[in-house]
Design a protein around this ligand. Structure first.
Ligand code: CA
Length: 229
């Protein structure tokens, strides 16, 4: 049996928190709970959960602030719960480094499927001993480790999977929808702009000048490709 995964649920609405907790218990997860940002950060440090389900609309410190604080030190997978329907709100969350988001009202079943998909990616060890090298970039697939000119770069699970898909076949053009498939085990919603947010993060981390990328290139009107120059 694989080890039981620890999921930290951060939600200030008692009803929703209870629903999510019960459902995750049933699904076989070990559930930790916090109802505000400081509590979430404390538990994240003390308990080192495998995944954080984070409500965006928290009193005081909101979900964005929590994500920013977490990402300063950790690449723990984060799924945001958002009541906001604006695309831009989700983009902000993804740009801050959230791995995925679920819009309220959501079905607990959908949330569990998303959690499993993100955990699978975080756990995935693809191939054996495979290392992709492209220019200054090295992607150690089994270790899910990325370095540029020998310096380690910390990517989230989603960023890693997108970069790996691109770097494995330099020069091949991928559409946003294809890249989206790479990061979602389950696709409930086609949300291609999410890919742009992940690409922006990847460039910030691996390009020497993110505004003039030399590794991950935009193919206008189509998508992205890894340089084959
Ligand atoms: Ca809330």
């Amino acid at each position: 049996m694989p080890p039981v995964k620890k999921v930290l649920v951060v939600e200030d609405e008692v009803k929703i928190a209870r629903l999510v907790r019960d459902y995750l218990h049933q699904a076989g997860f070990n559930v930790l709970e916090a109802s505000d940002g400081p509590g979430a950060l404390h538990l994240a440090r003390a308990e080192r959960p495998d995944m954080i389900v984070l409500d965006l609309g928290l009193p005081g410190m909101d979900g964005y602030d929590v994500t920013r604080e977490l990402r300063a030190k950790s690449s723990v997978p984060i799924i945001m719960l958002t009541a906001r329907s604006e695309e831009s709100d989700r983009i902000v969350g993804l740009e801050l480094g959230a791995d995925d988001y679920v819009v309220k009202p959501f079905s607990p079943k959908e949330l569990v499927a998303r959690i499993r998909a993100v955990l699978r990616r975080a756990d995935a060890t693809l191939g054996g001993g495979e290392v992709v090298r492209a220019g200054p970039l090295t992607v150690d697939i089994p270790k899910r480790r990325v370095s540029v000119d020998g310096s380690d770069v910390s990517l989230t699970a989603s960023e890693f999977d997108i970069l790996l898909m691109l770097a494995r076949q330099p020069g091949r053009i991928y559409t946003r929808a294809q890249l989206l498939d790479a990061v979602r085990g389950v696709s409930f919603e086609s949300y291609e702009r999410a890919v742009d947010a992940h690409i922006k993060n990847i460039r910030r981390k691996i390009e020497s000048d993110p505004k003039h990328p030399e590794l991950v290139l935009t193919v206008y009107g189509v998508g992205y490709k890894f340089t084959d120059a």
